[in-house]
Write a protein that binds this ligand. Structure first.
Ligand SMILES: C[S@@+](CC[C@H](N)C(=O)[O-])C[C@H]1O[C@@H](n2cnc3c(N)ncnc32)[C@H](O)[C@@H]1O
Length: 257
């Protein structure tokens, strides 16, 4: 049975914890949400209303630079490994520049279609982005017909209902189904996935569902405990490669329907 190893602590101090490097890094790193400001109105919108922001753009106490994040991911990834790094449209160029500067090569963006829109006067937004990159040689997706747009309805605290119990109180929680669908194109039976910034553990949950080994770090004790709880709530699955005798193609189609 696959194992998920959750470690409470600072990823930059603990990166040598693993002797094994990752085949795939899937992460949604901490970054500044906006450039910040001095007035209480500067961060208008959902987060400021809920007083999650400190109005300096920091959702989290620890916000490393993109250069630091890129170097960390490079050091955690094995040669010929891949990385999927989520970032919003204001950060994605900075992130790409930093990752390319340490040696990553960029395939293309992966797009999460959230279905519902975030209101904006200059173009309603219903997507989030991720960089899809590699170190060394590239590899094929398990289903070469899959495109780079993954349609999964957003989980939002505002949409919390009795039926929607898979929410763990993290402000930037990502849907496990999105991560699972993307990763199912990139993994093998023996893949090892690292998420250096697990938050509420959505990447770890996707790995548990796919039946592959994974590990990750979380610096904040509250979020670390939420991730541990999520692991307890997730039912362990047999490996994707054991339950699906016809390959990942069928699995992906089934999950997406
Ligand atoms: C954007 S969130 C990840 C959310 C996650 N994708 C989810 O679905 O819950 C990034 C996380 O990185 C954590 N973090 C920030 N700096 C860290 C560090 N140096 N080491 C480990 N975790 C860190 C933050 O506490 C935050 O929970």
């Amino acid at each position: 049975m696959a194992k998920q190893k959750l470690i409470h602590g600072n990823a930059f101090e603990l990166l040598s914890y693993f002797t094994r490097k990752a085949d795939l890094i899937f992460s949604d790193p901490p970054y500044l949400i906006e450039k910040g400001g001095n007035t209480t109105n500067e961060m208008g919108g959902m987060f400021s209303r809920d007083a999650v922001y400190k109005n300096d753009g920091k959702l989290f106490d620890s916000v490393p630079t993109w250069d630091e994040i890129a170097q960390l991911c490079w050091d955690l990834l094995k040669e010929n490994g891949e990385a999927v790094i989520m970032a919003n449209d204001k950060n994605i160029n900075k992130a790409q520049n930093a990752f390319e500067a340490v040696g990553f090569r960029h395939h293309r963006h992966i797009i999460w279609n959230k279905v519902t829109v975030t209101p904006a006067r200059n173009g309603m937004n219903k997507t989030e982005l991720a960089l899809y990159m590699f170190k060394g040689k590239t590899r094929n997706w398990n289903n070469c017909g899959t495109d780079n747009i993954f349609t999964v309805p957003e989980q939002s605290p505002l949409m919390l209902t009795a039926k929607n119990k898979k929410l763990y109180g993290h402000p930037t929680e990502k849907p496990v189904q999105f991560i699972e669908s993307v990763m199912s194109e990139m993994i093998d039976r023996d893949s090892f996935v690292i998420d250096p910034f697990i938050g509420s553990g959505s990447t770890m949950a996707a790995c548990k569902r796919l039946g592959i080994n994974s590990a990750g770090f979380e610096i904040d004790e509250t979020y670390f405990k939420a991730a541990q709880k999520r692991m307890d709530d997730e039912t362990a699955s047999p490996s994707l490669f054991d339950i699906n005798h016809t390959g990942a193609t069928e699995f992906h189609t089934k999950e997406a329907s």
